[in-house]
Design a protein around this ligand. Sequence first.
Ligand SMILES: Nc1ncnc2c1ncn2[C@@H]1O[C@H](COP(=O)(O)OP(=O)(O)OP(=O)(O)O)[C@@H](O)[C@H]1O
Length: 265
Amino acid sequence: MSLLTIENLSIATSQTTLVSGVNLTIAPGERVGLIGESGSGKSLTAMAATGLLAPGITAKGSVILGDTQVIGASERKLNTLRGRVAAFVFQEPLTALDPLMRVDRQIAEPIQRHAPHRLSRDAVHAAVLKLMHDVALPDPERIARAYPHEISGGQRQRIAIAMALACEPQLLIADEPTTALDVTTQAEILALLDRLVRERNMALLFISHDLPVVATIVDRVVVLRHGEIVEAGPIASVFGAPQHDYTKSLVSAAHAFDAALGGTP
Ligand SMILES: Nc1ncnc2c1ncn2[C@@H]1O[C@H](COP(=O)(O)OP(=O)(O)OP(=O)(O)O)[C@@H](O)[C@H]1O
């Protein structure tokens, strides 16, 4: 059974269709990339997966997350899925973090919200430190007491990942999680996501405009252009023998970049 089944999804404002005819399934433990240029509808598709579209934007078709039809579901129902069935990591960790709250309280919040019973302070603190350890944050006792502006961008993204992991989601949706980071930190965060997804047997929907980045972490890729899927398949075939002109241009741009860096053309 799949974890996420999107069928014939269209997303529109009252004026324009932004996404149309999108089909996408993700099985438990599967890693899928969603790629396309800026504005192609990647984020909207991901938001629709958990019913997070902004007011004034409507989705049609079918989105089944876990065993729930997301389209038309109540906020109350959707809140039981968010965090537990699917959790998000966004491009800019500061959007997920409250600038005025210490890191430990922010990680504690989803732990407490989803706990089946009230947890003691010590139990919450231990759970926070465990998550910080899982995302390989150095000096967790210090960082736990810090405010977001007192830590690096890479550390902030690790905190955002820890918060996403708090409720042990079956599907992690990572929307350009490394785009705002420098190249070295980008590689570290990718390696971390790769390890966490493997160790926790989570499924991954990884969104990026960057084909080489996607290729390092997913098995299968779906290419969006102007709100429609133009190509989909295992990473080796999409990379090795792209069919659509747009995908061909993405692949040759990636090869050209590689060649410029002295890699294999
Ligand atoms: N709230 C909104 N109201 C109107 N249009 C929107 C809204 N959100 C997104 N759009 C439009 O929908 C299209 C798809 O947006 P989306 O954010 O999904 O693109 P994307 O592929 O994720 O791009 P990026 O890589 O830049 O994040 C864009 O043209 C965008 O301007």
